[in-house]
Design a binder for this molecule. Structure first.
Ligand code: KG4
Ligand code: ZN
Length: 338
């Protein structure tokens, strides 16, 4: 097929609580429309049933806005891409059904994208781009992984959490302190004016490149409970110091394994991706590690850290180039390996 302009692909992301659509032309992401779901804030976490309902309410408007701001008539699309998994089943189903319906109606190919692979590939949306092979610490509300990236679509998980994800640890720590969801950005904000050495918490030792966050979560829960017994306003009186301290521990647990992975593989091209890569403390720590360890560090723009369809679009672009299409039988997968 002769395509002077390169493929034009509409990408849809609906794996958790952001409904997002993006258009990519010839490898250039033209826009990245994201509708976040405020409905979950008061529940302290994502409520799956409410998430899928909100996706249904938002998806048509989000896709229309993406196509119209990109100035792409629907008939000019060369393919429709969507997140197949991992994610919440009811949320994924909305995006998968919408993409299938559109592909069927337009008689265009479908491209399924792995959400975690897309987080990694968000580094190929803008410059500077990492060179292969590189290591990507992929950290979100559902995942904590160190991925060895050999090529655009050739990746291997070399370390991962055996229990909670680091984003979950941030969100649970915030909830224990009575902060709203998602707590990660709030801890980040309060930590900026706190003393990170004020408090210490015990954590579980994990061998090799794997992580565990359940131990520190429990230690934090008991620490807050016991401190409040002595001083009922302990959290209010010490919020910045508590946030800075828990953040220092969580960042330390991540970078300790990243350093080990770099030493084991000899790779000094280091990237971070996923919602927690928006954390300003982690970003600063990586910049200083780049100097002390001679790493080339790649940190995504904020827009591409949390869930977004721009990253689905770039992943779809590489799959299109390789002719990796799906048929209409494709179904969502809540758990999906790389
Ligand atoms: O990648 P993402 O948008 O969704 C998932 O696939 O999970 O990540 C969401 C997670 C949440 O746990 C949220 O608290 C965390 O990313 N997060 C942060 C920050 N911004 C988002 N955690 C720490 N600091 C931040 N600035
Ligand atoms: Zn994600």
């Amino acid at each position: 097929m002769f395509q002077p302009m390169g493929p034009v692909i509409l990408a849809i992301e609906s794996s958790c609580d952001e409904t997002s659509a993006a258009v990519i032309r010839n490898g250039k992401v033209l826009n990245n429309i994201i509708a976040s779901q405020a409905v979950h804030h008061k529940y302290g976490g994502v409520v799956p049933e409410l998430a899928s309902r909100a996706h249904q309410q938002n998806i048509v408007a989000v896709v229309q806005e993406s196509l119209s701001t990109a100035n792409v008539p629907v008939n000019d699309l060369d393919a429709i891409a969507f997140t197949r998994g991992p994610g919440l089943m009811g949320s994924l189903l909305v995006g998968v059904s919408f993409a299938k319906g559109l592909a069927l109606a337009l008689d265009k190919p479908l491209i399924e994208v792995n959400h975690m692979q897309a987080h990694v590939l968000s580094h190929f949306i803008d410059d500077p781009k990492p060179t292969f092979p590189f290591l990507c610490l992929t950290i979100s509300g559902g995942h904590t992984q160190i991925i060895l990236v050999k090529d655009y679509l050739d990746m291997k998980v070399i370390g991962e959490t055996q229990d909670d994800a680091v984003g979950e640890a941030f969100d649970k720590a915030a909830k224990i302190m009575g902060l709203s969801y998602p707590g990660g950005p709030l801890i980040d904000k309060y930590a900026q004016s706190g003393n990170e050495k004020a408090f210490s918490f015990s954590k579980t030792f994990m061998p090799d490149l794997d992580f565990s966050f359940s131990g520190i979560k429990t230690a934090f829960l008991y620490f807050i409970r016991d401190s409040k017994k002595e001083n009922p306003t302990f959290v209010e009186d010490n919020l910045p110091d508590i946030c800075a301290s828990i953040q220092r521990h969580l960042i330390g647990m991540l970078t300790e394994k990243l350093i080990l992975a770099s030493e084991k593989t000899g790779i000094k091209e280091i990237a971070i991706a996923g919602g927690v890569s928006a954390n300003s403390g982690l970003r600063k720590t990586l910049v200083s590690l780049s100097k002390t360890r001679n790493w080339n560090v790649y940190i995504p723009a904020f827009e591409y850290c949390t869930d977004n369809a721009g990253m689905i679009a770039i992943a779809a672009h590489y799959k299109y180039q390789r002719g990796e299409f799906s048929n209409l039988e494709v179904s969502p997968l809540a758990r999906m390996a790389l």
